[in-house]
Design a protein around this ligand. Structure first.
Ligand SMILES: [Zn+2]
Ligand SMILES: [Zn+2]
Length: 219
């Protein structure tokens, strides 16, 4: 029997990202997984200032602390130990043995983060990588070829090739090219596996800070 995955723990690892940004990312996830994710619990995981962390280790640490569908967002570089220099760093990953995925904002940050547009771009990119990894948590697989959603943007599960673009190019071509809507194939999968709660309005629960933002209900 499938476990209830309608709740997602959205965990800030370290303090780099602001709570308002984390909430915006949460709202993006609720919108894109409308009818699938019903509740997002925002949480904070204390972490020392580190430059990089092993991706698998981080998923294991978060898996000990949180129950169920969990996404950790860190500003540290995520490393994977596959002996290949080029693939050493990842934007995001999912541990296939538990329900924990992680995203690194390290390579998603625009060079100049002072303008509002740059912050919006940062949130947009982080949301899109988060959608991809949470999609894996729900059992969605990568699209090796570019697959478009109904709005003409790339489906969040589009992957593309790193070595064709390099990191900066990859972020611009693939991550920025993705939209917030899944393609019909992915939507069909999600609906048939997890059902579809048509009347459901997603809720972000945040026990740590209060908010006057009326897009988010607290409690
Ligand atoms: Zn993937
Ligand atoms: Zn898709």
């Amino acid at each position: 029997m499938l476990r209830n995955k309608s709740k997602l723990n959205l965990v800030r690892v370290g303090s780099d990202i602001t709570y308002s940004s984390l909430k915006e990312i949460g709202n993006g996830l609720l919108g894109s997984f409308h009818g699938i994710i019903g509740e997002i619990d925002l949480a904070h995981h204390d972490s020392p200032m580190i430059d990089s962390i092993d991706a698998q280790l981080l998923t294991l640490i978060l898996g000990e602390e949180y129950i169920g569908n969990t996404l950790g967002i860190t500003d540290a570089d995520l490393k994977i130990d596959d002996g290949d220099e080029f693939y050493n760093s990842i934007l995001g990953g999912k541990n296939p043995t538990n329900d924990v995925a992680v995203v690194s904002t390290k390579k998603l940050t625009p060079s100049n983060m002072v303008s509002e547009a740059a912050i919006d771009l940062f949130i947009d990119r982080t949301t899109k990588v988060a959608l991809h990894e949470v999609g894996h948590n729900f059992g969605l697989t990568d699209h090796a070829s570019f697959k478009l959603a109904i709005d003409g943007s790339l489906c969040p599960m589009s992957r593309g090739e790193f070595n064709k673009f390099g990191y900066r190019g990859y972020v611009r071509a693939i991550v920025d090219g993705r939209g917030l809507n899944f393609c019909e194939e992915c939507k069909y999968f999600l609906r048939s596996v997890y059902g579809w709660r048509r009347s459901q309005n997603g809720v972000i629960k945040d026990g740590l800070v209060s908010s006057s933002n009326n897009a988010i209900r607290t409690g």
